[in-house]
Design a protein around this ligand. Structure first.
Ligand code: PEP
Ligand code: MG
Length: 765
């Protein structure tokens, strides 16, 4: 067995020796395709390394008992194995072979310490059916034998990245059969680079898809940059479309240190077209030649240095067998009937719906449940376990050919890539539908499931579709028993969960629990009741409003004897002002929500009632933090706007930090107009549409919108269609209505939204 083979010695049949990447570089070299010179440290060399040093048994032991779905355990085992590999000495004979080959490469290209790229090249019996995209590492701009040896070991170790272990297990590859070869190849310092599919990888059509960006190819391959996209019609030999995207970052060699760095693309290049006609001519000719040579559609990587195209990798397109004509055909033809939230590139076809889950950090992956839509800046291979659970994937960045998009196609999960904005414009827990062929993201659910998209044709029949609104239509809930009925309205969440009924149903005033050292019981009552609501609505958001009962409602309860006799309880000791006087009740509420979050019900937000000054918000948040539950970090923390003071000071509240606002127009109306909402003598003067009330509402909505703060309404005005129409015009984010009003309100909202769009369109005529 040779420890090392130069490209000339290899062909595409040498995957077991040189891995997919190495074997294909050999094949391309021998076919006369321009490939930078290099050699492969064979898979057998790696095998000899692990057996001769004895570490193979340790690795197998660690993998034998591993539960790949236990993420912390998976990560720990991965780290341990990698550490073992990079700290184990390479046997002398192997080391000598690598040193000699590197020296020969230096001589061949007539350079001392030639700068190389070191890439892992995985082997598996049926490798062509699984691209292993992004599953192993690449090290660029390596020079000198010591660094070469270090990086070779790192490549070996990369076979045991957590995501690689997971991917193999999921695709039933036997870990011990997947060996790794290492490609050591002269570095091309690409001024521009990218990928080329010799047919459309989404549809299999005879149309080349070329993506290119500035600098090294890593940006395109990893999905860090949204590349220019060119579709090339092979039959007519012409560019069918060329889309210039904004390229924000690029990978390049730092002239001082020689290391690969990610830098911002200079302003004059960001929106500049990457591929010239001559580049495209060279690329498409090579594409044809490569496809002809292999007799199969290929997925390639290329780089251009000094106007010369080099091919850096080629492999068969792995997704074409999965292409399902029905899936491709199911894109909507009548976009105008739907509200499109954002657009990107169709990266993996299929029309599916689900709940938006935005992943900003990898440790959030657990929140992706079966059927959710995974939304993230850029999908990375680490996300594969969560991607598998998702019904669809939407990214801000990346092109249709980034490695994660390749995996989503392999997994058969529709994907829209490179929207530029999904993580900011899509709302967590909102319902969306994605068209992975056209690259569109719609408001609402009218698509299918990734497993049976075509089975559910009626879902994509526009006539039969549910009403889709951009503005969420939620429902108010006050009793746990009412949750199911409220849910059945199809509401987008609970915009107000009143706690008074749940707490007072104990028959005991809440502070009696505290006074008697029975706080746990109070917390448990809350947990039990709230659970019934959040469980039904999960994962839709539920905003829990902290206690706001006027003193008269406490009087009849056990322990309520000492409640003060207030002349006007509506103006009395209630809402957040009372809770700050009796902080233990508020803390018990926070503890209950915390417990539910810990059980996985992270869909509950907290909302404080009846605030008149930002200082109350500050104090409430401090109390929440005191129970170990950090507002904004652990839980969304919002407030009701029910007092004119709060509407007037809304900017100060926003500055203090609020995740959302809900207009409590029942109280706002009584306090603005000096009309007791419980007093029948003045009932005829109680008017939510009073211009002063509407002015405060408008102000609150607009100031929130300007600050990007979610603004809703949960007062009765939110169940009154003609008021709701105005709120939509003001820019309200959601409307929370009574159960019976949800359907009507949704229609009103949809009509109002359409009218706004129609008016805007007419203005442009
Ligand atoms: C409101 O004031 O509008 C509100 C929703 O709260 P409540 O009716 O519970 O006072
Ligand atoms: Mg109120």
């Amino acid at each position: 067995m040779n420890y090392v083979e130069f490209f000339k010695q290899l062909s595409k049949d040498d995957i077991p020796i040189a891995g997919g990447k190495g074997a294909n570089l050999g094949e391309l070299t021998n076919a006369g395709i321009p490939v930078p010179p290099g050699f492969v440290i064979t898979a057998g060399t790696y095998q000899k390394f692990i057996t001769e040093t004895g570490i193979v048994d340790q690795i197998n032991d660690m993998l034998a008992t591993l539960d790949i779905n236990n993420t912390p355990e998976l990560q720990k085992v991965a780290e341990d194995i990698k550490q073992l590999i990079v700290t184990t000495d390479i046997p002398d004979d192997i080391q000598t072979a690598i040193i000699e080959s590197y020296n020969k490469l230096c001589m061949d290209v007539e350079k001392d310490d030639v700068v190389v790229a070191i890439r892992s090249s995985a082997t598996a019996e049926d490798l062509p059916d699984a691209s292993f995209a992004g599953q192993q590492d690449t090290y660029l701009n390596i020079s000198g034998i010591d660094d070469v040896l270090t990086n070779v070991r790192m490549c070996w170790a990369s076979l045991f990245e957590a995501r690689a272990i997971f991917y193999r297990a999921e695709n039933d590859f036997d870990h011990s059969k997947v060996l790794i070869a290492v490609v050591v190849q002269q570095m091309v310092n690409s001024e521009k680079a990218g990928v080329m599919f010799t047919v459309d990888p989404s549809t299999g059509e005879e149309e080349m898809l070329i993506e290119g960006a500035w600098g090294l190819g890593e940006g395109v391959v990893s999905g860090t940059v949204t590349p220019d996209t060119c579709r090339y019609d092979k039959a007519n030999d012409e560019v069918k479309s060329y889309r210039i995207n904004t390229k924000k970052t690029m990978f390049t060699k730092d002239p001082e240190t020689g290391a690969t760095v990610q830098i911002e693309v200079p302003d004059d290049l960001k929106d500049k077209r990457v591929l010239t006609d001559s580049d495209l001519e060279q690329l498409t000719q090579l594409g044809r030649k490569i496809q002809k040579h292999y007799g199969a559609p290929m997925d390639t990587e290329w780089g251009i240095e000094n106007d010369k195209v080099y091919m850096l990798q080629a492999r068969p397109i792995t997704t074409l067998d999965n292409i399902d004509v029905a899936k491709n055909a199911e894109s909507l033809d009548d976009d105008e009937e739907r509200v499109i939230i954002t657009r990107g590139l169709g990266a993996s076809p299929g029309l599916v719906s689900g709940t938006v889950k935005i992943i900003r950090e990898l440790d959030e992956l657990d929140k992706i449940l079966d059927g959710d839509i995974l939304v993230t800046t850029m999908t990375t291979p680490d996300m594969v376990p969560a991607m598998k659970r998702a019904n669809g994937i939407v990214t801000d960045e990346g092109g249709v050919t980034c490695h994660a998009a390749i995996i989503s196609r392999e997994l058969g999960i529709p994907c829209v890539a490179g929207t530029g904005e999904a993580t900011t414009v899509l709302e967590e827990n909102s319902k969306i539908t994605i068209d992975g062929k056209k690259g569109l993201v719609y408001e609402g659910e009218f698509g299918g499931d990734k497993d049976d998209v075509e089975a559910d044709e009626t879902q994509i029949n526009v006539g039969a579709a549910p009403i889709v609104t951009v503005t969420d239509v939620k429902v108010n809930v006050s009793m746990a028993e009412a949750a199911k009925k409220a849910y059945a309205t199809g509401a987008d969440g609970v915009g107000l969960l009143r706690t008074e009924h749940m707490m007072l149903a104990t028959g005991i005033v809440p502070y009696k629990f505290i006074d008697e050292g029975r706080e746990d019981e109070l917390v448990q009552v809350l947990v039990d009741n709230i659970l019934k609501v959040v469980d039904v609505f999960y994962p839709k958001t539920v905003w829990y409003r902290t206690l706001d009962a006027p003193t008269d409602e406490f009087k009849t309860l056990e322990g309520g004897e000492n409640e003060p006799d207030e002349a006007n309880p509506m103006l009395g000791w209630r809402g957040i002002k009372r809770e700050l006087d009796q902080p233990d009740i508020l803390k018990a509420e926070f503890k209950a929500i915390k417990k539910l979050h810990e059980k996985g019900y992270t869909n509950i937000g907290i909302m404080i009632p009846l605030s008149q000054s930002p200082a109350e918000l500050v104090k409430a948040k401090e109390l929440c933090a005191e129970v170990g539950f950090i507002p904004h970090k652990d839980v969304d923390f919002g407030m009701m706007v029910e007092i004119p003071a709060a509407a007037i000071l809304i900017d100060e509240y926003i500055a203090e930090g609020i995740d959302f606002v809900s207009l409590g127009t029942n109280d706002l109306t009584q306090y603005t107009l000096a009309v007791d909402r419980n007093n029948e003598f003045v009932a005829k003067h109680y008017r939510e549409e009073h211009p002063a009330v509407m002015a405060l509402i408008e102000r609150t909505i607009k100031h929130c919108a300007a600050a990007g703060v979610t603004c809703s309404i949960c007062g009765q005005a939110g169940s009154v269609p003609h008021i709701v129409e105005k709120l939509v015009k003001f820019g309200i984010t959601s409307v929370s209505s009574n159960t019976d009003a949800v359907e009507e309100v949704r229609k009103t909202v949809a009509r109002a939204e359409k009218k706004i769009m129609l008016d805007a369109a007419r203005k442009q005529l």
